[in-house]
Design a protein around this ligand. Structure first.
Ligand code: AGP
Length: 587
């Protein structure tokens, strides 16, 4: 959460360079943004509530500065709570990503010492604590001592009027440093650094970096100097443009046929390795958060029905309460588009200490999860800019489906299924289905509640379809296993309430149709998505029958419905839903 970008170097338009960096990092949080630069021994800053959009900066020229785009945790969305935060004398400016769990007690002590606070944030405490330590220490030691006092997972960046240094410290939230020609960068992820330089340093937990002409690294808490490890990222900076599409989410939905094909045709070697690791492991555990957790859940059904193999699933944020049964013979498969979700990164760190093998499935090269893992499977879906995960989920499902077929010794059959699924998605994206979905969205515009039912593998699909509707169109939606209907939730069904039925042509079909009959009997409006129509459906959206791969076109149809519903409901920016961020780096 929150995007951080800092610059010091030989160029004098630091504020512009930082603003450009923040624009690329805004998917990490877009409640408010701010920049601070050093000019003639003082700090000048600007702060704004809302998204950056096409904003320009009015800050004067400078060759050193820091900037932040915020996802609010402590304190409302106001100018006062926008970063950077300063100390009483406005000599220290601080940015922060994370949560200072002990901020209140630190604040109380500082107020007793006369410090005046202007914001409700946990972050402002950091600026005043540095100010306090500067009374007796130099800037580096003041920041080091301050950071050592912070409880929780945090990343901070600081600027000081009396120093030419930018200081960054990290424990948990990501920070990457860039080494350019006569210029240095610090950012929350490498995507905005690689457009300036391919030479990067991944700041590790409990490390502090001083950026001043060169980068000096120190370990925390002690401050022992350590040799920086410079990596050359042979990335092509992929400027994510919308092209002819109105929103990134639509562009990324239309990229899915290529994403599926890439996994079907170009990843056999890695899929073989992953299948072998699962085959050899004594207990395989897949975990993820949000959309990635539904891919992990789907894998339980895929491996069971295709490969007769039991694997375990857990939500990332719950896994730390479960992982005590892991052994060095276990295999952990964390799934994360960003590779930065703290509720996945944290339990992986704990598992590694127990000697557990980690095979990570992620979409971001160089992310924390990518660097943590023993085996790294890159989804290859390309940059996903929309906060709403679409192509990354379909890439996750394609990978897990093909791995299950590989484990069953039927890889070619799995490849055919993915190719057919990709063709069906291409078909859906160019035929009358789009118009049908647009009309259905208009019909659902006023719905206050939408329910999605599925059984078996389709239960995982129902949960993902529900999440897309919730986060894209901001409508209350609930997904549940069809069999759970009569155990309570059917009490929510009333006349006209839309119920989406995920109905593939498999062993769940007859029973899910019975469930559809049960909600129809209470007056629900039934929308069926699948290869086989049925008279219980008031609306039917056809897909091809591609066996277990049928959930791929079913999910793509749900993504499109959620997007069209967002448009008819006048959601301002479907790419950046309110209160969300693309990678969740706080607990
Ligand atoms: C999905 O549309 C959401 N943005 C969210 O649930 C997301 O899937 C979750 O935060 C996990 O992100 P990750 O895959 O980057 O770990």
């Amino acid at each position: 959460m929150c995007g951080i970008f800092g610059y010091t170097g030989n160029k004098t338009n630091a504020a512009n360079i930082i603003l450009d960096g923040l624009k690329g990092l805004e998917y990490r949080g877009y409640d408010s943004w701010g920049i601070a630069i050093k000019v003639n021994g003082s700090i000048e800053s600007e702060k704004h509530v809302g998204k950056i959009g096409n904003a320009q900066t009015n800050l004067p020229t400078s060759s050193i500065g820091i900037g932040h785009t915020r996802w609010a945790t402590h304190g409302g969305v106001t100018v006062e709570n926008t970063h950077p935060h300063t100390d009483c004398k406005k000599q220290v400016a601080v940015l922060h990503n994370g949560i200072v769990e002990n901020f209140q007690e630190l604040k109380d002590e500082l107020q007793k010492k006369g410090h005046k606070f202007v914001s409700e944030t946990d972050t402002e405490v950091i600026a005043h604590l540095i100010e306090e330590y500067l009374k007796t220490k130099n800037f580096v030691d003041a920041v080091r001592e301050t950071f050592n006092n912070l409880k929780g997972l945090n990343a901070i960046v600081a600027l000081y009027t009396k120093s030419s240094q930018i200081i960054a410290a990290k424990n948990g939230s990501p920070l990457i440093l860039g080494v350019g020609k006569g210029e240095l960068f610090v950012a929350s992820d490498a995507s905005e650094i690689v457009k300036h330089t391919k030479q990067v340093i991944f700041l590790e937990d409990r490390q502090l970096a001083v950026l001043d002409k060169k980068i000096t690294l120190y370990s925390l808490p002690g401050g022992t100097e350590i040799e920086p490890k410079i990596h050359t990222l042979d990335w092509q900076f992929e400027k994510a443009e919308k092209g002819e599409f109105k929103h990134f989410i639509l562009k990324e939905i239309y990229e899915q046929p290529r994403v599926i094909e890439n996994i079907a045709l170009n990843r056999r070697g890695e899929i073989n390795n992953l299948a072998q690791m699962i085959d050899e492991a004594r207990g395989t555990f897949l975990l993820g958060c949000g959309t990635a957790s539904y891919a992990a859940l789907a894998s339980v059904y895929l491996f069971s029905s295709i490969a007769k193999k039991h694997v375990n699933f857990s939500i990332g944020s719950e896994f730390k309460y479960l992982e005590d049964y892991l052994t060095p013979n276990s295999l952990l498969i964390p799934i994360s588009q960003s590779g930065e979700t703290i509720d996945v990164v944290d339990p992986v760190e704990k598992a590694k200490k127990k000697g557990v093998r980690v095979a990570a499935i992620t979409n971001v090269l160089g992310s924390t999860l990518y660097r943590q893992a023993d085996f790294k499977f890159l989804l290859g879906a390309g940059v996903e800019k929309a906060v709403i995960a679409s192509k990354s989920f379909i890439a996750m499902i394609s990978t897990l489906l093909l791995t299950a077929y590989t484990l069953a010794g039927k890889q070619q059959e799995g490849i055919e299924i993915l190719k057919n699924a990709s063709n069906n998605v291409s078909q859906i994206l160019k035929d009358e289905t789009i118009e049908q979905i647009k009309k259905l969205a208009v019909r659902l515009e006023k719905a206050d509640h939408i329910y999605v039912l599925g059984r078996g593998l389709s239960y995982a699909a129902a949960l993902e379809a529900t999440l897309k509707i919730k986060e894209t169109a901001c409508v209350h939606a609930e997904g549940f296993a069809g069999g759970e209907l009569k155990h309570g939730v059917i009490s929510l069904i009333d006349k006209g309430i839309p119920c989406i039925i995920i109905a593939p042509n498999d062993e769940t079909f007859d029973e899910i149709i019975s469930n559809a009959q049960e909600v129809r009997a209470r007056g629900a409006f039934i929308i069926g998505i699948g290869p086989k129509n049925n008279q219980v459906f008031d609306e039917f959206i056809q897909t091809a029958d591609v066996k277990e791969g049928t959930l791929i076109p079913q999910i793509v149809i749900s993504q499109l419905l959620a997007y069209e519903l967002a448009l008819v409901r006048g959601i301002p920016d479907p790419d950046k839903p309110r209160n969300l961020a693309k990678s969740v780096t706080v607990k």
